[in-house]
Write a protein that binds this ligand. Structure first.
Ligand code: HEM
Length: 306
């Protein structure tokens, strides 16, 4: 009797016939096991038209999918996609060019001056994304990038939804216009959005926790709550489910934010708990945050002595 009860709630499964089949997985070991099993893959393993309708309706209002050009961000591509390797290598190489001491000092000054989120997001986008675009990213673009959706709940608010789609288009159009032809416009549009929405928030967390190790801050306050996968064969996910998943229909959501907080493992802040396919930006982010924390602490003690 116990096992079926467990299977109903852990993982939690939500099934609405003909509409959706959704599985929410929070347990860190379950996430790792499912990810390693090959029973699920990234959403764009299937052509957009073959994916559940609710999924594409939601994703077209996020920074992860461009409906006009049918482009998906790299994290949503299967490794089997022929463009995957080349795109990852390109992004890694650009991110590896790093940042300067002036970049760290500039952001420290802005935090010290307590500027608003828009200014902070704009400046941080320049630090991270100028390297891709080769010019200052204009303010209307960083402003628009803030409007894309972050959660399924937001999609239920019509004005937010419509504004998010328009903003998504504005940022991707800018990237397509400005980038060299062989660079994936949505990979870069995503990076601009990710910095505006997530990294700027992370800077505030850091500023409020100058004495805590960076690793602890960004596992106890994880930055990405969840990531999606899609079933690629019928499976009971190693006995976790009462009924098998359905190919190209069942969506599995890993609640990586909860897993990060529970395990204190940064690989859940920046991925699904494994080195394979972890975020390209992870090492840059951690180094930058450590340097910035040191700078902010120095500024604090200088102010104390003045
Ligand atoms: C603090 C901000 C960020 C956080 C918290 C974050 C988090 C993540 C997470 C959780 C994943 C894994 C997604 C999955 O398993 O489905 C991921 C993948 C990825 N991220 Fe980030 N990210 C951030 C910023 C960035 C930035 C600024 C860039 C680019 C400069 C970037 C590039 C990537 C790429 C390319 C992948 C896909 C890697 C692959 O699948 O091989 N991320 N990120």
């Amino acid at each position: 009797m116990l096992k079926p009860v467990r299977s109903l709630f852990n993982p939690l499964r939500i099934r609405i016939p003909f509409l959706l089949d959704l599985i929410l997985v929070s347990d860190s070991e379950h996430i790792k096991r499912i990810e390693a099993s090959g029973d699920v893959d990234r959403l764009h393993r299937y052509d957009t038209g073959a994916l559940p309708r609710w999924l594409t309706l939601y994703f077209k209002a996020t920074r992860f999918y461009d409906v006009a050009r049918d482009l998906w961000f790299l994290a949503l591509e299967s490794v089997s996609n022929p463009t995957y390797e080349k795109r990852r290598v390109y992004l890694e190489a650009r991110v590896a060019t790093g940042y300067t001491e002036q970049d760290v000092n500039r952001i420290a000054e802005l935090l010290h001056a307590n500027v608003d989120d828009e200014v902070l997001g704009y400046e941080m986008v320049q630090v991270v994304n100028r390297r891709f675009v080769g010019e200052e990213i204009p303010r209307p673009i960083t402003r628009a990038a803030k409007n894309t959706l972050q959660s399924f709940g937001e999609a239920l608010l019509p004005w937010k939804y419509v504004r998010a789609i328009a903003s998504q288009q504005q940022v991707t159009n800018y990237c397509a216009r400005t980038l060299p032809r062989n660079v994936h416009a949505l990979d870069i549009a995503h990076n601009i959005g990710e910095v505006v929405k997530t990294t700027a928030r992370a800077l505030r967390m850091l500023n409020e926790n100058l004495e805590k190790p960076v690793e602890e801050i960004f596992t106890s306050h994880p930055l990405t709550p969840e990531v999606p996968r899609i079933a690629v064969r019928p499976s009971r996910l190693d006995d976790l489910l009462l009924f098998p998943t359905r190919t190209a229909w069942t969506v599995v959501i890993y609640k990586i934010g909860r897993a990060a907080a529970k395990t204190n493992d940064l690989l859940f802040t920046f991925g699904a708990g494994r080195r394979e396919r972890a975020c390209v930006f992870m090492d840059f982010f951690l180094r930058f945050m450590k340097d910035l924390q040191r700078r902010l602490r120095e500024a604090q003690s200088e102010a104390g002595h003045a």
